[in-house]
Design a protein around this ligand. Structure first.
Ligand code: SAH
Length: 360
């Protein structure tokens, strides 16, 4: 194994034993020197994966429309904090702010970006200079004010824990060393975790989105107290379920998750039902989840594409049509239906643009 992070992980395992998947993901993605997001810009054609705002400006523009309409529904508070979690290259926010300045010209939100990657912070600083953003390492330092939060492909990158069902109960899945010490392998904890009360067939894996749950709980408490809403867009599932969705991506292809620590993007499918339940427990109102294609359609994707197409060259028109297909077609990389949108808000917001209100 050649990855420079491997030696650090091996030493940690040799010193204190196998580590949880959450610790492994934290090191792979966030290690201060070798972490995946610390060392590179992973987005786009030359990177490891591509996201909706990088496919088309229409995505961010429709989010801008959502922000304008939701701000209106909040009674247009002048001191709005606009927060993005994991803003990547700042493309979504740049497109959203442009649409927002047309849809809500009187709104001058204070822009707050939660981002740990120094590489991406630099890209964001260039793209979003006009909006004078404030950066945060975590949500803990966000201001107490009426708030709208946007998070696209952020929650899938957060560390999770996994547990496997056996005849003796649920055992945490751990990352350890192969007997010859040259590779990382999955194993199970020596003792079952008796706090887990779920039932499931023997052998099945359960994923606990520990970091995402903590962020959702904390955001929901803030939004209920200070007013506002959070919009989460990600790939994931809406029914609770078992299975392993841990995946590693490198150069637009899948690689084994333990093979190249720090060199590949590690993600899991977002468990929208677990996150939605957590938000509700804190008193928030849930909107959705719904398929990305339906939400984008409700926010006016077709109309926006037609508007753009009117002043475009034939080649540009083809690109717009291809982008609409990519964002909505369930058969292409699954963005239309594998991708979901869900929001939670303070209870005074009984309906949000583009999203169905979840039955209580
Ligand atoms: N939203 C962007 C980027 C998605 S990639 C887009 O749609 O294109 C994930 C983003 O989350 C990156 O900006 C990454 O640096 C950031 N990120 C990952 N883990 C994070 C964490 N724990 N705290 C803050 N930001 C994080």
């Amino acid at each position: 194994m050649t990855s420079p992070l491997f030696a650090a992980i091996r030493d940690e395992i040799l010193a204190s034993g196998p580590i949880g998947l959450d610790r492994y993901m934290t090191l792979c993605l966030g290690h201060p020197v070798y972490g995946y997001y610390r060392t590179r810009d992973p987005l786009g054609a030359s990177g490891d994966f591509i996201t909706a705002p990088e496919i088309s400006q229409m995505f961010g523009e429709l989010i801008g429309i959502w922000i304008a309409a939701t701000w209106g529904a909040m009674g247009a508070p002048p001191d709005l904090a606009l927060v993005e979690l994991g803003p990547g290259r700042g493309t979504l926010m740049q497109d959203a702010l442009r649409a927002l300045s047309r849809a809500a010209p009187t709104l001058r939100p204070a822009l707050h970006l939660v981002e740990t990657s120094p590489v991406l912070r630099e890209v964001q600083a260039t793209r979003l200079a006009a909006a004078a953003p404030t950066w945060h390492d975590s949500i803990d330092t966000l201001p107490r004010a009426p708030t709208l939060v946007i998070a696209n492909e952020f929650f899938d990158a957060l560390p999770v824990r996994q547990f496997q069902r056996t005849a003796r109960g649920w055992f945490e899945r751990l990352v350890g060393l192969a007997p010859d010490g040259t590779a990382l392998v999955f194993g199970l904890a020596a003792e079952p975790d008796t706090r887990i009360t779920a039932t499931g067939p023997d052998g099945v894996l359960m994923t606990l989105p520990s970091a995402a749950l903590e962020i959702v709980r904390s955001l929901a408490r803030r939004l209920v107290a200070d007013r506002g809403a959070a919009l989460i867009i990600d790939y994931g599932h809406v029914r609770p379920g078992f299975g392993d969705s841990l995946q590693a991506m490198r150069g637009h292809g899948f690689v084994p998750p333990l093979a190249t620590p720090g060199e590949a993007d590690l993600t899991t499918h977002v468990d929208f039902s677990a996150l939605g339940r957590a938000a509700r427990v804190e008193g928030a109102t849930l909107h959705g989840p719904a398929d990305q294609r339906d939400v984008l359609a409700a926010l006016g994707l077709r109309e926006r594409a037609e508007r753009l197409g009117r002043d475009a060259s034939p080649a540009q028109r083809d690109a717009i049509t291809a982008a609409v297909a990519r964002l909505t077609d369930p058969s292409r990389r699954g963005m239309g239906s594998l991708f979901k949108a869900m929001a939670f808000s303070d209870p005074s917001l009984t309906a949000l643009p583009g999203l169905p209100t979840a039955p209580s």
